[in-house]
Ligand binder design. Structure first.
Ligand SMILES: [Zn+2]
Length: 469
């Protein structure tokens, strides 16, 4: 076997020295890289902040590859109440290294003042006049109200408002002004939104009031369209149109309801608070036997079959309210309508009738509602009509709601209150036994004295008492 002897080359001493140095330097670099902390300020060295603002100190971050990263925040309080320079000192110290960083937090007023225009940044002015300044205000964070320092430059189509605060911060706002009228006149009805007119009666036009931003008197520009036929029961409208001199238009409508007047020498029997099992059925029996039609303003009481029977036997049906509780229904309009809707849907679901007839518990003239909501009847009486309902009060009280009246009292009080010269809408309650007893006597008396009986329907002129709340 052939062995080749490799003769070792002698390494020179200077090479060993260089190698050692290189290795040492490398180690030192690695050591420094791993151990020496890197310290940096997390915000600018000269930080400018606004006066009275708060400074969220972001501190310094110290990173060392061998250890965890840490954030150091100094405890110095920074005064931002006036213009000044806060010096903040950060110190990091470990076993080997110590660092100091100085940061300047410069507090200055760097906020621009605010200009607040009254009106819009684009305003129109009437063609027949000049632009009238709508006003402005200027506020500064340091100087407070500086409205007096506002400078105004007027141009044909714009106004430039500018203001400078004591620190030299400047603000400018522009308002564009255009010649022209783009606002429609405001038109409001004189009188009620819904007006009832008796059949063959007279509709009195109450007109409208018109106010315009540019034109003073537009009376001649009002156009009224009236298609009312007072010889026919029905729902009509009067339309009011107005335009200003720049041709901006407004319209409004009034609802006119032509209804049959309540007839003299006629009795309209009305029964409230039912139905009630044991009394309403007896009242229906009596009305059937005597062939008299009446009107029932019902609640949520009684069995459903009674509601159906009222309608099936040709009587009118209306809403009295579900709960009949003054402390609920007269507390707010919402409460009233929620309660009303319960009866409205009860009637609709049982009979298919979308009734618009109603009677307020206590009548529209009640004062008890004042205890729960001042003025609610004044609002409610108008509002129900504008929603399409018609309410019926009474002009004869049978007195059957008074607890100690007897059937004879009811009879006597009723027949002494009815009259041939007027219509007689009689208030009764189909929830009382004494009413069941008095009813045949009242009907017999009325028939033998030449009265006619009628029920109320949507074509009947509402009977409205004077509202007292
Ligand atoms: Zn009642």
């Amino acid at each position: 076997m052939f062995k080749r002897k490799i003769k070792g080359r002698r390494i020179p001493k200077s090479d060993i020295f260089i190698n050692t140095i290189v290795t040492l330097v490398l180690c030192l670099f690695i050591f420094l890289f791993l151990v020496v902390p890197k310290v940096r300020l997390n915000d600018s060295l000269n930080k400018v902040i606004n006066i009275n603002s708060s400074y969220n100190n972001k501190g310094i971050t110290v990173e060392q590859l061998l250890f965890n990263k840490s954030i150091i925040r100094p405890v110095n309080k920074i005064d931002t109440s006036k213009s000044l320079i806060n010096e903040v000192n950060y110190t990091y110290k470990d076993n080997i290294f110590t660092y100091h960083i100085k940061q300047n937090i410069i507090v200055k007023d760097i906020e621009k003042p605010k200009i607040i225009l009254k009106g819009n940044t684009e305003e129109y002015y009437c063609p027949n006049s000049k632009y009238k300044e709508l006003g402005y205000k200027a506020y500064d964070n340091v100087d407070k109200d500086i409205t007096d320092s506002v400078k105004i430059k007027k141009y044909d189509d714009k106004i430039v408002y500018s203001v400078k605060d004591s620190s030299g911060n400047e603000k400018e706002v522009v308002r564009y002004i255009r010649k022209g009228d783009i606002k429609s006149p405001t038109i409001t009805l004189n009188g009620d939104k819904t007006v009832f007119v008796p059949l063959n009666g007279t509709y009195t036009e109450e007109g409208v009031t018109v106010v315009d931003n540019c034109d003073k008197d537009l009376t001649n520009n009002i156009n009224i369209t009236n298609m009312i036929d007072t010889t026919k029961v029905g729902d009509y409208q009067v339309k009011y149109k107005v335009k200003d001199k720049s041709n901006n238009k407004s319209t409004i409508t009034r609802n006119i309801k032509v209804r049959e007047s309540l007839t003299p020498n006629t009795i309209y029997l009305t029964f409230d608070d039912g139905p009630r099992d044991g009394t309403t059925d007896k009242i229906l029996d009596i009305l059937k036997e005597k062939n008299v039609k009446a009107t029932f303003f019902i609640t949520s009481n009684g069995t459903d079959s009674l509601v159906k029977r009222i309608v099936n036997e040709g009587h009118s049906i209306g809403i009295h309210t579900a709960s009949h509780r003054y402390d609920i229904i007269y507390t707010s309009l919402d409460n009233y309508y929620n309660d009303l809707e319960q009866v409205h849907s009860r009637i609709y679901n049982l009979t298919g009738i979308d009734t618009k007839l109603l009677r307020f518990p206590g009548g529209s003239s009640n004062t008890i509602s004042k205890k729960y909501s001042e003025g609610i009847m004044s609002t409610l009486t108008k509002d129900v009509i504008n929603k399409g309902y018609q309410y019926y009060d009474w002009n004869v009280d049978s007195t059957d709601a008074i607890y100690n009246t007897s059937k004879d009292d009811i009879y006597n009080n009723t027949i002494s209150s009815i009259s041939h010269d007027k219509y007689n809408v009689i208030l009764m309650h189909d929830t009382k036994n004494k009413t069941v007893e008095a009813l045949p006597m009242i009907i017999d008396y009325a028939k033998s004295n030449g009265y006619t009986f009628k029920s109320i329907d949507i074509n009947t002129m509402p009977l409205m008492q004077r509202v007292n709340n």
